[in-house]
Design a protein around this ligand. Structure first.
Ligand code: CLF
Ligand code: SF4
Length: 415
């Protein structure tokens, strides 16, 4: 059973199986009163969290990176930072690219449900078996207090009309998904004084529709949102509501309100270790403009697209030549591995020298990580180390700026 390996659908699995979210979906098609769109979608995440945004290609590369490094990765989810179905093309492309690499991984997706009637059939065809829909109410009068605007098929709706549309599309979509074997989880954001008394009715309806589990979540007022002054729903109130609703159907109690780029076990987010955007691209572009000088730069990269390899683990250097206007790939050079693990690091002079000799004519090495001693050894040869963690293209731009700065520093020191 797939849900037995899904950490959100099975409480017993959440200490063992990891999930990763791919932050490929930045847009949203509605405006919830508890949302501030500077942050991740509050229907799944804690407010105040901002995730990076990736293209499907980068998302696929990130998946390979995480899979290599995280044991028991069982789920790839798309949970924003906006709405997965408001960005359907990139959401679908990301899933397709990863499916082509790994047919075992479980895909999961979270949505406000507005576009479900349009995409539910495609979701089923793609083989997605786990979908979360946020359903906060069944009563449009309550919904009118929760949704500020709903943008649908080129028109903007507000008030009761907006809420009616949301509820209709959510119910239609959920029914379709359940009928086609999808395990549907329902998130409900509990807002005191607005939908709290109504939640048992929502849960009852969800049970009738055949959903798998409901997840009652606290409102954590997001700064800058219409509800910013609302009281936060306490965990005591949430648990009392869960206890009440448990009589009707299974309740999720281990939700962590994850970020849209969360990685790892639910209780141990490792997203910081797997950032594709260590340096903001705009900043790197600014730093290198107008330098003009030609540089030769050795890059460590697993597949040639990302700067995603430790200097010590590189068996090959990709040599680029160019300047602030652009770079050309010149050649690939094989090198003995500089070190083959922490215990052997700094112990094999021959291999270290081979790596350094392989790039002795370069101005810089562009790498994900390099140790202090490695940096010093390279510097003795006049090679600057530039650490970076994004695309090779952006990294080269960034390296030009760093080179201009570091070379002038070096000149100042020596001359
Ligand atoms: Fe992500 Fe959500 Fe899938 Fe889980 S999270 S899309 S169902 S893989 Fe899980 Fe995180 Fe709670 Fe979501 S703990 S916020 S319920
Ligand atoms: Fe914000 Fe609501 Fe859209 Fe989520 S669904 S991003 S909470 S407006």
């Amino acid at each position: 059973m797939e849900e037995s390996k899904h950490p959100c659908y099975n409480a017993d699995a959440h200490h063992k199986y990891a999930r990763m979210h791919l932050p490929v979906a930045p847009q949203c098609n509605i405006s919830c009163n508890y949302c501030n769109r500077k942050f991740d979608c509050v229907n799944e995440s804690r407010p105040g969290v901002t995730s990076e945004v990736l293209t499907p290609e980068l998302a696929s590369q990130k998946f390979s990176w995480v899979k290599e490094n995280i044991e028991n990765l069982s789920v790839v989810g798309i949970a924003g930072p906006g709405d997965a179905l408001a960005n359907w093309d990139v959401t679908r492309k990301s899933i397709e690219l990863i499916k082509a690499k790994d047919n075992e991984i479980i895909f999961c997706l979270s949505t406000n449900g507005l576009m479900l009637p349009h995409y539910a059939a495609e979701l089923v065809e793609l083989g997605i078996k786990h979908i979360t829909v946020t359903v906060n109410c069944l009563d449009p009068k309550i919904g009118a207090q929760l949704y500020k605007v709903v943008n649908y098929q080129g028109q903007s709706y507000t008030g009761i009309a907006a809420a009616e549309l949301m509820i209709r599309n959510q119910l239609e979509g959920i029914s379709y998904l359940v009928a086609h074997g999808v395990l549907v989880k329902i998130n409900i954001v509990m807002v005191k004084g607005i939908n709290d008394q109504h939640i048992p009715e929502v849960v009852k309806k969800m049970k009738e529709l055949g959903v798998f589990i409901t997840n009652i979540m606290p409102l954590i007022p997001a700064p800058g949102s219409a509800f910013e002054k609302f009281p936060q729903t306490s965990m005591k109130e949430i648990n009392e509501m869960r206890d009440l609703c448990q009589l009707e159907m299974q309740q999720m109690r281990h939700c962590k309100q994850c970020r849209a780029d969360a990685v790892g076990l639910l209780g141990n987010d490792r997203s910081n270790e797997f950032r594709m955007t260590k340096v903001e691209p705009e900043k790197s572009v600014l730093t290198y403009q107008n330098s003009g000088k030609q540089y030769k730069i050795a890059v460590t990269s697993k597949h040639g697209k990302l700067v995603d390899q430790h200097f010590g683990h590189a068996t090959e250097f990709i040599i680029y030549q160019g300047n602030d206007k652009g770079f050309t790939l010149v050649e690939k050079r094989q090198a003995e591995q500089y070190c083959s693990g922490i215990s052997e690091c700094d112990s094999d002079e021959g291999r270290k020298n081979a790596a350094i000799q392989a790039i002795s004519d370069c101005d810089a090495v562009l790498t994900m990580r390099i140790g202090y001693h490695g940096q010093q050894r390279l510097l003795e040869q006049g090679i600057v180390s530039v650490e970076y963690c994004y695309t090779v293209e952006e990294g080269l731009s960034y390296a030009v700026g760093q080179l201009a700065m570091k070379k002038s520093e070096l000149k100042g020191r020596t001359g």
